[in-house]
Design a protein around this ligand. Sequence first.
Ligand SMILES: Cc1cc2nc3c(=O)[nH]c(=O)nc-3n(C[C@H](O)[C@H](O)[C@H](O)COP(=O)(O)O)c2cc1C
Length: 359
Amino acid sequence: MSDHSQLLSPGKLGALTLSNRILMAPLTRCRADADHVPTPLMAEYYSQRASAGLIIAEATMVLEGNSSFWREPGVYSEAQVEGWRRVTEAVHARGGRIVLQLWHGGRSCHPLLNHGRQPVAPSALAIQGDEVHTPEGKKPYVVPRELRDDEVPGIIAGFRRAAENARAAGFDGVEVHGANGYLLDEFLRDGSNRRVGPYGGPVAHRARLLLEVTDAVSEVWGADRVGVRISPLNGYNDMRDSDPVGLTAHVASELGRRRIAYLHLMRGDFLGQQQADVVSAARAAFSGPLVGNMGYTPGEADAAIAAGTLAAVAFGHHYVSNPDLVERVRRGLPLTEPNPATFYSPGPAGYTDYPLLTA
Ligand SMILES: Cc1cc2nc3c(=O)[nH]c(=O)nc-3n(C[C@H](O)[C@H](O)[C@H](O)COP(=O)(O)O)c2cc1C
């Protein structure tokens, strides 16, 4: 059995120094208030997980009016910056590091969550085969409005402003959310992007928005405090691409040239359908630190770091239910399974009440 010595060893992602390579993956938990302001309960939740090598805080709206969930946080208002400051201070007080995942929901947003506003996307194609939770119950996704090219600078400016706000809130860096079928991923993949012009067509055009956003937030933070997350195979939110390996190689190579802090790669498909070796494609094309995610056990993560494939691994569901995951891995203690019924429910149940085995 692995002693997990690689996973537990200190490391670096760009300018971010890590006490270990066990990262907390971004997890939407819908515990912000009705104005999308982070709550004291969120500060408690994140501080419980401060022993992670790096916390990647949940998907956070960069621009008002783009809600896709119930009570997810934003980072566009003064009150939200204040709320996040309480979170970062609580994590730092326990010696942790925390970056914020910057997010635009694109076509996953629903008018009932956004004062009637129609969502925007690269193309006027609705998410099929799933429904969204709204205050009026489950509803089909709506057909989004196709963004005009002259509106794209406003989106980039929103990410830039959010990056500035994240700095004001005391984060250690930011992660650009280019995964899981939200706006930047919708541009990346040809199943959801049927545009012509500078942001559609060949992969170099479809990746342009992600790279322009990365450049804008890098101007705020320095590229060595900016991570980027992609999920080239994930079918969640009705997503697909005709060449996920080619897409991965192109994005990885462009991000490598920019010397970002890390590339965060979701290696699989929540739906289990789309399969390819995107990890090897990313490793070959990307010169910087690669963070792996999706279905890793601590043992597999340790081996991937020992082999030089990955610099660190982000754990998702394990971090829902094991606030002291690092210490459990260190001592070889069993991991608690999370309860999906409380993933997005209000209050502390299933949020801050998972026990610390190692207290
Ligand atoms: C409750 C829940 C919320 C999630 N929220 C986000 C999110 O805000 N941003 C994101 O990029 N991924 C999100 N994910 C995906 C996770 O970050 C991660 O990719 C997924 O859990 C797979 O990793 P695992 O096998 O270690 O659990 C979420 C997953 C879960 C279960």
